[in-house]
Ligand binder design. Structure first.
Ligand code: ZN
Length: 148
């Protein structure tokens, strides 16, 4: 069992100090608010779509280090992906944070979250922004998602 401090050490990367795409988007095609009431994580994810391709993605809001870091890594990885590619990436990520198994070697920065599976309460923190982004990308009527 890893110490929670080690997880934070691993997860608080550059992304937490300098989060990527951390800004409200003007005139987004889609947006969804993601809420994790257990931890208090609250983010809005903004998307610009080109057909089924995610052309631009950004986020705003606040929450714990894991949720913020995860949202930052997510935005840097989803840019340019089709919805299907984004879903496949999320499946690998979800497997990793729930089992610790790194399914693909193209997970790059996402592999920093492999230790999350040891802290089940943190899984929702790590996946919150993904739920918001993928639901908004799949359905323009999605306006909010919650982990509860
Ligand atoms: Zn959290």
């Amino acid at each position: 069992m890893q110490d929670i401090a080690d997880l934070y050490q691993a997860v608080i990367l550059d992304h937490n100090r300098r989060p990527r795409n951390f800004e409200e988007m003007e005139n987004p095609d889609r947006l969804a608010v993601g809420d994790n009431p257990v931890c208090g994580d609250h983010y809005t994810v903004f998307l610009k779509m080109a057909g089924d391709r995610i052309e631009k993605v950004s986020f705003s809001g606040a929450g714990c280090a894991i949720s913020k870091d995860s949202a930052s890594v997510m935005t840097s990885m989803l840019k340019g992906k089709t919805l299907e590619e984004a879903k496949a990436l999320y499946n690998d990520f979800h497997t990793m944070v729930t089992t610790g198994e790194v399914a693909e070697d193209n997970l790059s920065d996402l592999s920093a979250f492999a230790g999350v599976y040891q802290f089940p309460a943190r899984i929702k923190c790590a996946t919150l922004s993904w739920h918001a982004a993928l639901n908004a990308a799949a359905d323009p009527d999605t306006k909010s998602v919650t982990t509860e």
